[in-house]
Design a protein around this ligand. Structure first.
Ligand SMILES: Cc1cc2nc3c(=O)[nH]c(=O)nc-3n(C[C@H](O)[C@H](O)[C@H](O)COP(=O)(O)OP(=O)(O)OC[C@H]3O[C@@H](n4cnc5c(N)ncnc54)[C@H](O)[C@@H]3O)c2cc1C
Ligand SMILES: Cc1cc2nc3c(=O)[nH]c(=O)nc-3n(C[C@H](O)[C@H](O)[C@H](O)COP(=O)(O)O)c2cc1C
Length: 777
């Protein structure tokens, strides 16, 4: 007979025991739990409707028991303090969650497990060699050991580290408390105290019982002077702070210690026990955690149990194969939840950033914090809430552009989608919030562009983008990446560019910006269709390279010269000359490219700037030369036209640019006269490890915009109109740049308008479309 041992009688261990005994009754299933039955910590646990459906499919009996004891709610209430100190509530609906007491849940699981024939040994703490308190050898004869011993898993954390754990202890402090206050909705409070900001996540889980989690920053906690395990003092302080909210109800503790949330990941989830030869698998919190702000660990633990049982059943002849299948199948789902949880926990670590917004925008930022819930999802859940948001974005746009919004062309009275609100920088007004991100086309000859750029940029301007940025255009011949790169370093280059800008101005509502750059140490390579970053051969006349320091891109690339003062003066003059030519060429907007490892970026990143003079060292010193260049350009660029700077806010490599550095860049360029920061990341060093995912650079934009107090453009894997609406409405960026999405579809913006039922004006030659009705005969 097979034998399964579960170490830990929490939701993961018990639910797996239930599913195993139910599906394979001949298996001996034993659970060891060090605590007494129902001797549990924590208060309520939360499940979404989707999780409940999964539980119903896995074991109808436990599902029905759970549902009969649930407290269900649809609303989320967010209480924020307004500028004059009053408290304001924002309510949104349609969220569909349920809560149950952890104790009740365990009671249901224990009863069900016992009824199916699972043996549970309470008050039995197992040592990691499997020995029980009376010397019993608990793991003997087991062909499967399920390690479900929770977040501080001793079975996982053995000296040989078979699972290769990674634990990231987050800085915020939180404490889990209970109260009798009957919350009507899932409720968030944000409350300022002399020590700092306190945020509460609260929800009711049964008649007369609610969870009340309080979170604050490490600094705020420090200022309270509380000891982390002083429950009476914690309760006294919090009852006083939340007196108004609790309306006479008390808080109560249950092992309520001020903890730091551990983000736990394991490179492997299963191994072979060297002593017994048994297969071991991690389940629940022992394997992974996801911050409580996006749903409970309990849900993940129980979904793990379902997935593991399914995979073992699919491979009945080999436990090891079943475990491999489990890991392959379950890992992407868990990692996806963990990514969302990470963005969410970071939102709560930096809430002060969003506190500068009005209460409605703050609430929208909170609801969309994991970047999974979007403007569109919220519209389905709560259309009137989203209408209020859209109206607020319209009002903000009118105030910001100092121009009343014209009525919608389609005559609709509903507020327009946020992406179609205008945005002003100096005297320039963008008609909408979508830009074409700069994209090298490598199709020029000695810097001179041709009709390719006219068609490429012209079609995207007609396609509806508010801003069309040129590709990286170089300020000198030696500043090119490849022989095919566009330039603006010679009078000859002006005419073809003027043809492009004139076309865009004449035939579209788009504004056109020029991105100016110098390739630095990444120059003198072949066009990428010959392979990425391949240096030009000697016969192809490679040019000399420059950098902040003499560090080659890779050992196979030429070493750049560390720039001396004369080089700096020459490069600065080149940028100024190109700026003057850009005025002649008729550009509306100028961007300084200081990202992606090109010349100016080599000054900004500590990985590529090892200088010991006044241009290296602190972020202020690393900024000195890029700022000098920017100021020289700004001095000649017309005062009424805006300038942006593209930065890499993160190098995705150890020791690289930090978010604090990126914020410092935002502040410094703002002071130097930049109107907006184009917040990108990566490409600084060849050994980078970027984590590309949907909207992966949006948090950098949010940080720079809301801490450096400068408008931003966000870019990178933004591909749906709902994401653009969400980013703009939550004030995470002012403009969204889309590169590849608009390569695939030059009419991306017009399609987005059409899908949202929003009418955009056409250029005259196509204007007939609006009036044209095909005859039906
Ligand atoms: C203080 C606190 C409060 C929480 N409150 C909530 C809440 O209100 N709602 C919510 O959804 N989530 C809550 N969580 C998170 C939640 O507990 C977990 O995400 C979830 O329970 C994971 O289930 P699990 O079975 O993997 O682990 P756990 O529930 O932690 O279960 C692990 C079990 O293993 C037992 N154990 C550990 N070592 C041994 C050993 N050597 N021998 C025998 N038994 C052992 C432990 O006693 C424990 O019962 C809380 C977490 C903490 C730290
Ligand atoms: C073909 C191509 C060329 C690019 N060239 C440039 C460039 O010249 N300057 C620049 O700053 N970024 C350049 N990028 C990066 C894009 O502007 C953008 O930041 C990146 O593609 C992420 O956006 P996306 O996910 O919308 O494509 C290029 C990207 C692509 C796909």
């Amino acid at each position: 007979m097979n034998k399964t041992v579960c170490v830990g009688g929490g939701p993961a261990g018990l639910y797996f025991a239930i599913l195993t005994k139910k599906r394979a009754p001949e298996t001996e299933v034993v659970v060891y739990e060090r605590n007494r039955a129902l001797d549990t910590f924590g208060f309520g646990v939360v499940f979404s409707d989707a999780t409940l459906e999964r539980l119903a499919r896995a074991d109808k009996e436990t599902h029905d028991d759970i549902v009969s004891r649930f407290f269900h709610w649809d609303d989320i209430d967010v209480w924020v303090e307004t500028k004059n100190g009053a408290r304001e509530k924002q309510r949104s609906t349609g969220h569909g969650f349920s809560g149950i007491s952890r104790r009740t849940l365990l009671e249901i699981l224990i009863e069900r497990a016992k009824a199916l024939g699972v043996t549970i040994h309470f008050e039995t703490n197992l040592a990691t060699d499997g020995t029980g308190p009376s010397g019993e050898r608990a793991l003997e004869g087991a062909d499967l050991v399920v390690v479900a011993d929770g977040v501080n898993s001793a079975f996982r954390d053995t000296a040989d580290d078979p699972f290769r754990r990674e634990i990231d202890l987050r800085p915020n402090r939180f404490v889990w408390l209970g109260t009798t206050f009957p919350f009507e909705a899932f409720t968030f409070y944000f409350r300022s105290a002399p020590a700092g900001l306190f945020q509460v996540h609260a929800y009711r889980y049964e008649e007369g019982s609610s969870t009340f989690i309080v979170e604050c920053s490490a600094e705020t906690f420090e200022r309270t002077g509380l000891r982390e395990d002083d429950e009476p003092a914690t309760i006294a302080m919090l009852e006083d702070l939340f007196r108004e909210e609790l309306a006479g109800h008390r808080l109560h503790a249950n092992r309520s210690i001020w903890r730091r949330f551990p983000v736990i990941k394991n490179r492997r989830w299963h191994a072979i026990d060297s002593a017994t030869g048994a297969n071991i698998v991690l389940l629940g919190d022992a394997a992974h955690t996801a911050h409580f702000s996006i749903g409970s660990g309990t849900k993940l633990a129980m979904e793990d149990a379902i997935a593991l049982r399914d995979c073992l059943d699919a491979h009945p002849t080999s436990v090891a194969t079943g475990l491999s299948a489990y890991e392959t199948e379950r890992r992407p789902a868990v990692e996806s939840v963990q990514r969302a949880a990470q963005v969410s926990l970071e939102w709560f670590e930096t809430t002060a950033r969003a506190m500068r917004h009005d209460p409605l925008t703050f609430t929208f930022s909170l609801l969309t914090r994991s970047l999974r819930v979007t403007h569109e999802n919220l519209r389905v859940r709560d259309p009137s809430f989203v209408d209020r948001i859209d109206a607020a974005v319209e009002a903000a746009s009118e105030a910001q552009t100092k121009r009343p919004l014209p009525p919608r062309a389609d005559g609709k009275r509903a507020p327009r989608p946020p992406m179609f609100t205008p945005f002003r920088l100096r005297d320039l007004i963008l008609e909408n919030r979508v830009g074409v991100s700069p994209m090298c086309m490598y199709s020029a000859e000695d810097g001179t562009i041709d009709d390719f750029q006219l068609v490429h940029l012209g079609s995207r301007a007609i396609g509806g983008a508010g801003l069309v940025m040129t590709e990286m255009t170089d300020v000198s011949r030696d500043g090119r990446i490849t022989p095919g790169c566009a330039g603006l370093y010679d009078d000859r280059h002006v005419g073809p560019w003027k043809r492009v800008t004139s076309f865009v101005h004449k035939h579209s509502a788009a504004k056109i910006g020029l991105q100016l750059s110098h390739a630095g140490r990444k120059g003198a390579t072949k066009e990428p269709w010959h392979g990425m970053d391949i240096p030009l051969s000697a016969s192809e006349s490679p040019w000399p390279l420059l950098g902040a320091s003499a560090i080659p891109w890779t050992p196979g690339h030429a070493t750049p010269k560390e720039m001396d003062r004369a080089d700096m003066e020459r490069v600065k003059r080149d940028f100024v000359r190109s700026t003057e030519l850009a005025i002649e060429a008729g550009f509306d907007w100028l961007e300084l490219h200081a990202a992606h490892g090109y010349l100016l970026a080599t000054f900004l990143s500590p990985l590529t700037n090892r200088r010991t003079d006044e241009y290296g060292g602190s972020i202020e010193a690393r900024l000195r030369f890029p700022i000098e260049v920017f100021q020289a350009m700004r001095a000649v660029w017309p005062a009424e036209r805006p300038m942006s700077v593209r930065i890499s806010a993160c190098d995705w490599a150890e020791g690289g640019t930090s978010v604090a550095d990126a914020i410092a860049m935002g502040r410094a360029f703002k002071l130097a006269g930049a109107d907006i920061l184009d917040v990108s990341s990566a490409s600084t060093v060849a050994e980078q490890r970027p984590k590309y995912g949907r909207l992966y650079q949006v948090p950098f934009s949010d940080a720079v915009r809301n801490e450096a107090d400068i408008p931003t453009m966000s870019v990178g894997n933004i591909s749906s109109y709902s994401d653009v609406n969400s980013i703009v409405a939550a004030n995470r960026a002012d403009v969204c740049l889309l590169a590849r999405a608009q390569l695939y579809d030059p009419y991306w913006v017009r399609h987005a308008a059409q899908q949202q039922g929003y009418a955009m004006a056409w250029p005259n030659p196509y204007g007939v479309l609006a009036a044209y009705n095909p005859r039906s005969d």
